[in-house]
Ligand binder design. Structure first.
Ligand code: ATM
Length: 262
């Protein structure tokens, strides 16, 4: 076979392969292998094909200093490494408008009454759900949200003593009826957690922390009670883990829990 015949044969073989070869990595993550042939040779290119998941909305909850934000980032990375498209977001926040509301809510110098605080939180939530979370879920992304409706029950209900029925109704309206499939509550003793949180936030706010962190110890104990009672009420959705000594240990527990809904 001359050089011309050999090249022709090679191009034919490549054409057969060209359709796509799917290979799986150790974690079950699929790659698409493109083989592009031309007169002068061929090129391989690997492209990760992201796994889709319908309506997987996970929320992470916890008191101040529970480590939930760090754990949310670790969970996002773990799921992305496993091949999923993930949106990590937070409440209050997630959109420009909701982040602006967050600044108002956390600003230590504002004299907000409890009801205004609740309405601001719900306004931020409606914007967040409609503009960010629902579109991401529709695209098949897994959405992880750092705080959600259970925070409102715990902080505004048990902490501020606003009517729980009112809070539940507003939560339902502002979230367009969206309820997480799974909520992980990281439980921490308030006195311990607040010490950590205030240290972390001391560059942004004063040594007393932001407007909500600087509430009394009684307030934070009531918030914790709220979370624990919510978890008792919805044991299928809310999984409680105790804040662990190491990040890795907590992450391992979370991976186990999330694994059950994937
Ligand atoms: P993070 O510090 O976890 O980002 O939360 C911001 C604050 O928002 C938090 N307290 N502090 N500090 C709790 C508060 N919050 C509520 O009070 N109610 C809610 O519904 C939500 C989502 C947050």
């Amino acid at each position: 076979m001359g050089l011309f015949g050999f090249t022709n044969r090679l191009v034919q073989m490549i054409d057969i392969l060209k359709n796509e070869i799917k290979i799986k990595n150790r974690r079950g993550c699929k790659y698409r292998c493109h083989i592009i042939s031309g007169s002068y040779g061929f090129l391989f290119s690997l492209e990760k094909t992201m796994k889709k998941h319908e309506n997987l909305f996970i929320t992470i909850e916890g008191g101040e200093g529970s480590g939930k934000t760090t754990q949310s980032f670790l969970l996002k990375k773990y799921l992305e490494d496993s091949g999923y498209e993930v949106l990590l977001t937070r409440e209050p926040g997630g959109t420009v408008l909701a982040e602006n509301i967050r600044d108002i809510l956390l600003s230590p110098n504002l004299n907000l009454i409890a009801l205004s605080e609740l309405f601001l939180l719900e306004a931020a939530r409606a914007q967040h759900i409609k503009n960010l979370i629902l579109p991401a879920l529709k695209k098949g992304k897994i959405v992880i949200c750092d705080r959600f409706i259970d925070s409102t029950v715990a902080y505004q209900g048990y902490g501020r003593k606003l009517d729980l029925q009112l809070i539940n109704s507003l939560n339902l309206v502002a979230s367009f009826g969206l309820i997480p499939i799974l909520t992980i509550y990281i439980d921490v003793i308030p006195s311990k957690g607040l010490e950590i949180a205030k240290k972390n936030n001391s560059k942004v706010y004063n040594a007393c922390g932001d407007r909500i962190e600087s509430e009394s110890m009684q307030f934070h104990n009531d918030v914790r009670k709220g979370y624990i009672e919510q978890a008792r009420k919805y044991p299928k959705r809310i999984k409680v883990i105790k804040s662990q000594v190491t990040l890795d240990r907590t992450h391992a527990l979370i991976k186990n829990i999330v694994g059950a809904v994937l």
